[in-house]
Design a protein around this ligand. Sequence first.
Ligand code: GLU
Length: 424
Amino acid sequence: MGDKGGSVHSRIILHRRTTDGKQVRVISERRISRRVAEINESPTLMIDAKAKALKAAGENVIGFGAGEPDFPTPEHIVNAALEACRHEPYHHYTPGPGLPALRAAIADKTLRDSGLEVQPSQVIVTNGGKHALFETFLAIVDEGDEVLLPAPYWVSYPEMIRFAGGTAIELPTTEATGFRVTIEQLEAAVTDKTKAMVFVSPSNPTGSVYTPAEVKAIGEWAAERDIWVVTDEIYEHLVYGDAEFSSIPVQVPEVRDRCVVVNGVAKTYAMTGWRVGWLIAPTDVASAVTSLQSQATSNVSNVAQAAALAAVTGDLEAVEMMGRAFDRRRMTMTKLLNEIDGIVCYEPEGAFYCFPSIKGLYGRTIGGREIDSADTFAEVVLDEVKVALVPGEGFGAPGYVRLSYALGDDDLVEGITRMADLLS
Ligand code: GLU
């Protein structure tokens, strides 16, 4: 956390006496603006960077940190980027909201995959899904607005909402409701300041997936109260067993006028590093975001957009293949975690994370340290057995840790076995 105390002004005039007794006028400056000083570093990225740095230094680290598929980007997508590199028009700017062909292809893909019909003009191509969310909150949230945020939530939501001037109202959920928020909770939390709610299914970090009936009920609730819905559909293709993805504006067309859909190529096509996401918004929001983006980042890398175009116009073979591997690893990880005394893991139905409770380990001394929080547990596990996990505190869920199962089967088993041995 940054310095939140003191004056609201970033520059304060002070008078100070020098050693020879003279009075001088000095400016005491808060070097970092309050808005930025209040931002916490993303724990998912921080842990991922730490694990990758340890690996690069020759340590045998198993990284369950950031959620990124362990598969390479499919070849036809890489080839499209290579071709774009050799083709001069791709060396130049695109329109701020994206290549027209890509915006049209995203509209087509959205109809194909979730059944939502949108115009290309509603699609804004962004630097990853994270940037789309950032711009969405800046575009619709004003100072004093409240945004309903079911917890556990992905680490960046509260930070983005606060940056936009809003207040995140956390709605805690547990395994008892499959980490799904209820209409009763939403109803109890709504005030006349409520501007929006965040809806994520499949969920990062819990892997919970709302049923179509639940999606419909929540959408109807939001529509009746004129509450904006920011829906993050980045894991739309990663659902397992009987779970079914369904899109809130498809289930409830009445929300469309107050709904922003966020998505991207990162998880579906193993393209985390390419940084191409998008938002789909009502036209007034899309045009506001276009202005914002035109002043902030201009267009997303033209070459990366060419790659994304090949991705969204291609088939879903890659995600089907990855999905089968993730499903297998999900079952292995859940089973192995539940075999460890003191750890209880809810079986995820989507995305690629397990989110077990480690509260049963509280009070135990491991590696010379008493486990009193998920933060301590994650530190001990990294120090003692070189396994990187993300502690639940950043997800609004103390007592839990997040493990991504988007890593190789052998590494997965090795990582959990190291933890089990440490805890035995
Ligand atoms: N969404 C991924 C995760 O939660 C990527 C890292 C991030 O941007 O937080 O691990």
